[in-house]
Design a protein around this ligand. Sequence first.
Ligand code: ATP
Ligand code: LTN
Length: 332
Amino acid sequence: MSEKKIIFSGIQPTGTFTLGNYIGAVRNWAKLQEEYNCIYSIVDMHAITVRQDPVKLRQHSLEAYALIMACGIDPEKSVAFIQSHAPTHAMLNWILACSTQFGELSRMTQFKDKAAKHSDDVNAGLFTYPVLMAADILGYNADLVPVGVDQKQHLELARNVAQRFNQKYGEFFTVPDAYIPEVGAKVMSLQEPTKKMSKSDANPNACIFILDDKDTIIRKFRRAVTDSDSEIVFKEGKDGINNLITIYSAVTGKSFEETEKEFAGKGYGDFKTAVGEAVSDHLAPVREKFAQLMSDKAYLKDCYTKGAEKAMRISGKVVSKAYRKVGFVDSH
Ligand code: ATP
Ligand code: LTN
């Protein structure tokens, strides 16, 4: 048996990934592949907690799979699959739902935000979303979960559910830790820099999508909301500039201080263009790889089919043991 720790993470196929998804989560997934046993999923079952057009959801799921590969996930090194292809997640979801309290789900801020945003469809799936997320993670006994800071509360819940199950039935699930990057854990909207950049933002100028072309990226950065000051320094109250410095540092690897020095005495216009160029250059290989992958659907299918087989093999064992733990009669 390998001694490597286990990583699990997921992303919803709700549209092209933003720079936030990339810096906060997906690019770290690729970096972790060498050191850990990594399992990554396109969580289509989570996506239908808000209304999706079925034709678009199918397309977005395939694109999301190609996108994680374009961002460096190697399906030979990691297990990469589509969540609905592994029914073990839904099986474990039920078991864990019975160790989750109504009260704790009611406190989830993502639920409150999404319920307010989709007030015509506050369905049970939206409410129990974090239980399915716990099932994703615990079904592989993951040690670490690389996510952006917005998912911290869901991770806490997954830990509580694991601990509660372990108390009821005896030590079984690994209690997972969140793995949140130091820089870029919360990339902000370019139009409202106090809000997180989100795939489903109605204003396309608020987000950089990782497949945007160079001109679009530079144009969006040039329109980014900043402040009436003129200094390029990271400090409280300068949300727009802080966000741009964070993004620049995340893609160039330069520290905040180095960035401040580089742009000392320069204007916001120059800085915004430089951020746009750095981001576009950084993402150029992702755009190329994505186009190449989407032109070979048979290869993609082969990858996600094999990925699901591997995922089922691992989580199938965990689910069988969990069934036994709770007292279900063996079916064979
Ligand atoms: P949606 O807008 O459809 O709710 P989303 O853009 O919030 O989606 P998810 O699929 O929910 O994206 O998140 C995938 C991963 O990206 C998660 O780990 C999440 O924490 C991370 N993430 C999302 N937005 C940001 C952001 N602005 N900054 C850093 N990380 C982010
Ligand atoms: N809820 C996450 C997506 C997600 C996830 C997971 C992340 C679903 N299952 C398991 C990490 C581990 C989000 O980003 N909104």
